[in-house]
Design a protein around this ligand. Structure first.
Ligand SMILES: O=C1C[C@@](O)(C(=O)O)C[C@@H](O)[C@@H]1O
Length: 154
C-alpha cells in the first residue's frame, strides 16, 4: 500500500519526543523514523510538507492513482480550511488526520476541526505514535473496504 503523508504549516518546525528514544528529534528524523516503521508495516510512504494551503490542496487533488491513503496533519489549517476539507472529500482517497497535540482544552478557536470532516479517522494528542496508529487504522480500513489488496480469508 502507498500512503501519502501530508504535513501542513509549522509541523516541519516541531521537535518530537518518543518513548524509548532519548532527547528530541527534528522533522527530518521524524520522516526517517516513519519511513522505517512504514517499511515494517509493508507501506510505501511518500512525504510532503508545505506551509501553503494551495500546495496542500494540489497534493491532495493529485493523490488518486499514486496513493491508497492519505495521512494528514493540517497544522493550523485544521481549524478553518474548508478548501482542504473539500479537497479531501473530492479526491477519492481515504484520509486519516493526525495531530501531535490534543487541541481540546486550548484556545476556543480550536474547538472545531474543519478538516476532520473530510477524514475517516483522527488521532490527536499521541505525538509521533499518532502517525503509526493512523497507518494501521488506514491499512485495516482499506483491507475491509476491498479498495486495496486484501488479506482476508473467507
Ligand atoms: O500547527 C499545529 C500543530 C498541530 O497540527 C499538531 O500536530 O499538534 C496542532 C495544531 O493545533 C497546531 O496549529
Amino acid at each position: 500500500m502507498r500512503f501519502l503523508f501530508i504535513n501542513g504549516p509549522n509541523v516541519n518546525m516541531a521537535r518530537f519526543t518518543e518513548p524509548g528514544v532519548e532527547g528530541e528529534i527534528d522533522y527530518n528524523a521524524l520522516l526517517d523514523y516513519l519511513d522505517v516503521c512504514c517499511q515494517q508495516m509493508g507501506i510505501e510512504p511518500d512525504f510532503f510538507q508545505s506551509n501553503h494551503e494551495g500546495d496542500i490542496i494540489d497534493e491532495i487533488q493529485s493523490a488518486a492513482g499514486r496513493a491508497d491513503g492519505i495521512i494528514i496533519n493540517p497544522g493550523g489549517y485544521a481549524y478553518y480550511s474548508v478548501a482542504i476539507l473539500e479537497a479531501l472529500q473530492l479526491c477519492g482517497v481515504p484520509a486519516v488526520e493526525v495531530m501531535l497535540h490534543d487541541p481540546s482544552g486550548r484556545e476556543s478557536f480550536r474547538n472545531t476541526d474543519v478538516v476532520s470532516f473530510g477524514c475517516q479517522g483522527r488521532f490527536a494528542g499521541e505525538g509521533i505514535s499518532g502517525y503509526l496508529h493512523a497507518c494501521s487504522y488506514l491499512v485495516q480500513l482499506l483491507r475491509l473496504d476491498g479498495s486495496a489488496q486484501s488479506h482476508m480469508v473467507q
